[in-house]
Write a protein of this length. Structure first.
Length: 859
DNA sequence: CGGGCTTCTATTTTT
DNA sequence: TAGAAGCCCG
């Protein structure tokens, strides 16, 4: 099932309604000040401070959405603005939907008049459609998905004769996306950065990509905002029009905004002085800069952009912008979010009122204390202290297990116990760092017959069958949509392979016509082999027929006809694979969902922005998801497995982002803990299988950062994890070692040695009797070792590494040039360069890598 | 052109 | 380990 945010309603609302006094009056009469009554003083202040810039720092569970919606209700009921004069942006469709829903509950049906409540992209897209010609587009432009984007770039790479193995199109797509996130048009990309791709051709490729987009009448997600910014800058009159229209601006999740979104908001909110964030350079250049600790964004005061100055004679307008966010929940730095936007707010909007919401209505005392304590280890934060008036509740538990399988078994049992107590599975969630962790839980739940659902994963519109179906419709709607045409011309198989496509391309390029027209022309010649020619002719004829049919058939029926006549449905009906039935079901759902739109055009315009993942989750089931996708959700019981160094915090983040990365990981931990209302249960395993091979891990440094008073440590009986008594004989790992598998590699041995050193116990002293052990997995010693013991166990070099990474200062390395070293992942090598605690090492097998010194040891 | 084989690589994700 | 992507041959 897919849901969408009634886009037909959005489009059907006129921009300027005749005085909406009716709605305001209705709101005033029916709601009165009642909507303010349940608010605490801070929330109330956040709602009632309507004039001037406001930053609401809303910690987890402090009633953020409530404040936002009540604020809108307040604005309306005070008659300060009409619904169409409030710009209210969120990141996800889900959040937008939620706000609409809550508003609807408060105001009755007045929400339908909120045309400017939506995601950054849907609103940006909407504005862009109004002024498409200023971006060399037509108002019916297509929004490309990532697939299309990559395919287009691949073509450009081929045209430039660039080896797309060495310089993958995906990578370029990522770069371009990053530039767009930072508000950079092709001409503005720093030349050094543009040069990193394909020996200096990066910038040029970005430029030609943009050109191609215009020709295809297409925009990618980044363009939806970037083109807005450009239009606003180049056409002050248009900008002013929007500035005047939006009397109030509200922004949700401000900590997740990227530079482009920030600029967009700045323009619309008409602020007088202008801060140009000089955006962080690429990771490499930053670490090269030596002190990796300088803030990632420098503030550069620039004179106000002319557009931002008040019109002559006009008094500077008040900027009624209200941003709500939580710097401690910023977890999307890796995809361009700039925490600095929120950290800089007071600077950007002088005279801003900052309101902290610190009263948490979600979690019990122990959970909140644990989460607060953990996040207090971060340096770059605005600082909030969450408090609750709830009881202390149960302590957060930390449990160690021998390996990830045991972890999954233990959690499975714990869940069954909770279930036996009569609690709902819907109130149980497992939050993992990386999605590959999910598998083990799924396996376990299947054996146990425990209902579960995975949240996240591939979205509805990312599925191949949906994209294919959409591609057919796109070609019907706009014959010039080459990317769509190319996608389905040979799906189902029609014997039109690469060679045919290539020749169509040549033809199209020579005559500067779309592929579809090229196909029509080529069919008339004898350039193709008879077989291909015949099929291609059929395809062209089919599309002609469908386009004609469009005039007389409803778009829903047309879609059904297309899917049937093209043989697409049949293709999946014949498919023997397990998911074929599901795909057919999805196609049906797609057709069904089209009914909500007025016509094909409207459907295609909104579908890419608004389509959501399947949402029909009515059954009682355990939720399984990543920490990232858990943001914004809450559960009575939260399981947090995999708190091990390397996995959480993620090694890769540490390697690539240093201290900033560590802090983001810590925020992720904070997000995880604060999802729990009543019980939070953390797990770590001593051994984990990663990419098919077992490796030994040590507990996450974050465990050390939890406050002892609020945490209870339990270990699996028989010492199957850290610090246990052991003595049950050889573990299966020891057995495997005997078979000469990878467990006898230096890495494994080093890990064992590490473990011994850290744990102060004999290595490999594990019980072989897993089954009996896990039976008492959860009820084992509740009076485990005192908390300090975690630290004492972690006296190995990796702990020190934690500190070094955390501080990331230019500490002099204990290594010298040419030292022979060993790295757990890359093997042996020698030091070729030293830069503070960062070493460049030429590894025998893995080649040259940059590594923080504490990740290696002398060999 | 398409099927089967080998090779490679391996967070987090929205729009 | 496992999935995807590329490669070669019929």
């Amino acid at each position: 099932m897919i849901r969408m945010t009634e886009p037909s309603k959005i489009t059907s609302v006129p921009d300027h309604q005749p005085a909406a006094g009716g709605i305001a009056a209705r709101a005033r009469a029916s709601v009165g000040p009642k909507y303010l009554s349940g608010l605490n003083p801070e929330q109330r202040e956040a709602v009632e401070t309507l004039d001037g810039p406001v930053l609401v720092l809303a910690g987890a569970g402090t009633g953020k959405t409530r404040v936002l919606t009540t604020r809108i209700a307040h604005i309306l009921s005070q008659g300060r603005a009409r619904p169409a004069e409030i710009l209210s942006v969120t990141f996800t469709n889900k959040a937008a939907r939620e706000m609409k829903h809550r508003l609807g509950q408060m105001l009755g049906h007045a929400v339908e008049g909120m045309p400017w409540l939506g995601t950054f992209h849907s609103i940006g897209g909407r504005i862009l459609r109004f002024h498409a010609e200023l971006a060399q587009l037509k108002s019916n432009f297509t929004v490309l998905d990532v697939d299309d984007q990559v395919r287009l770039l691949k073509q450009l790479l081929q045209a430039e004769n660039i080896d797309d193995k060495r310089w993958p199109a995906r990578m370029l797509a990522g770069l371009i996306d990053g530039w767009k996130n930072r508000g950079l048009m092709p001409s503005q990309v720093p030349s050094g950065e543009a040069a990193v791709f394909a020996n200096g051709k990066g910038g040029k490729l970005y430029a030609s990509y943009q050109e191609r987009l215009k020709i295809l009448n297409a925009a990618d997600f980044g363009d939806l905002l970037l083109e807005n910014i450009r239009i606003f800058r180049e056409h002050p009159d248009i900008l002013r029009q929007y500035q005047q229209r939006f009397k109030f601006i509200l922004v949700d999740e401000y900590q997740d905004t990227n530079v482009a979104q920030y600029l967009w908001l700045r323009l619309l909110s008409q602020a007088p002085s202008f801060t140009s964030p000089r955006v962080r350079g690429e990771v490499a250049s930053r670490s090269d800069a030596g002190e990796g600790d300088s803030p990632s964004t420098e503030l550069v005061e620039t004179p106000p952009h002319p557009d931002l100055l008040p019109a002559s004679g006009e008094k500077e307008k008040t900027k009624n912008i209200c941003c709500v966010g939580d710097d401690d929940q910023s977890i999307y730095g890796w995809r361009g979010a700039e925490v600095d936007n929120i950290l800089r707010f007071e600077h950007d909007f002088p005279g801003a009122k900052v309101i902290r919401l610190e009263r948490n209505y979600r979690s019990t005392g122990h959970i909140l204390a644990a989460a607060s304590h953990l996040i207090a280890h971060n340096e770059g934060r605005l600082g909030k202290t969450l408090r609750t008036e709830d009881q202390d509740g149960e302590k957060v538990t930390v449990k160690g297990s021998w390996d990830s399988e045991e972890e999954a078994r233990g959690i499975g049992e714990e869940i069954e116990q909770i279930q036996r107590k009569g609690e709902k599975l819907n109130e149980i969630a497992i939050l993992v760092r990386a999605s590959y962790q999910m598998r083990e839980f799924e396996d376990r739940f299947v054996t146990l017959g425990l209902p579960y659902r995975v949240i996240g994963g591939p979205r509805f519109y990312e599925r191949a069958e949906i994209r294919d179906a959409l591609a057919y419709l796109r070609v019907i709607n706009s014959p010039a949509d080459d990317l769509a045409f190319e996608r389905i011309v040979n799906v189902p198989k029609r014997g039109l392979g690469d060679a045919t496509i290539q020749m169509l391309h040549d033809h199209a390029r020579k005559r500067r016509i779309p592929l579809f027209e090229a196909a029509r022309a080529v069919v008339e010649t004898d350039e193709l082999k008879p077989k291909a020619r015949g099929s291609l002719r059929d395809v062209v004829a089919q599309f002609d027929r469908w386009r004609a049919q469009r005039e007389v058939t409803s778009h829903t029926e047309l879609a059904q006809i297309v899917l049937d006549e093209s043989g697409y449905t049949e293709m999946w009906q014949k498919d023997r694979s397990a998911d074929a039935a599901g795909r057919l079901e999805n196609l049906k759902e797609l057709v069904r969902s089209m009914e909500e739109f007025e016509n094909l055009q409207g459907f295609l315009e909104h579908i890419s922005l608004v389509m959501d993942r399947e949402g029909g989750a009515e059954d009682d089931a355990v939720s399984l998801m990543t920490l990232h996708s858990a943001k914004g959700l809450e559960f009575d019981n939260v399981f947090l497995p995999g708190w091990e160094e390397g996995l959480f915090p993620s090694q890769r983040t540490l390697d690539e982002q240093g201290r900033a990365g560590l802090e983001e990981e810590r925020r992720l931990g904070h997000v995880g803990l604060t999802r729990a209302r009543r019980r939070a249960m953390i797990y770590f395993a001593t051994n984990r299988r990663i990419h098919g091979t077992w490796s030994t891990t040590i507990p996450s440094r974050f465990l050390d950062e939890l406050p002892a008073a609020n945490v209870e440590i339990t270990e699996s009986k028989g010492g199957s994890a850290w610090g246990g008594a052991g003595g049950y004989g050889a573990s299966r790992f020891d057995d495997m070692e005997a078979f000469g598998s990878s467990y006898s590699t230096p890495g494994w041995q080093r890990a064992q040695a590490n473990r011994n050193r850290g744990g102060g116990r004999t290595g490999g002293s594990q019980s072989g009797g897993f089954e009996e052990e896990t039976a008492s997995f959860s009820s084992a010693s509740s009076s485990g070792p005192d908390f300090g013991s975690f630290s004492s166990r972690r006296r190995g070099p990796l702990t020190i590494e934690g500190e070094l990474v955390a501080k990331s200062t230019g500490t002099t390395s204990e290594f010298s040039l040419e030292d022979r070293v060993f790295h757990q992942k890359f093997g042996y090598g020698h030091v070729t360069k030293i830069d503070g605690n960062k070493l460049t090492i030429a590894f025998d097998k893995a080649g040259e890598k940059k590594v923080v010194d504490s990740f290696v040891q002398r060999a």
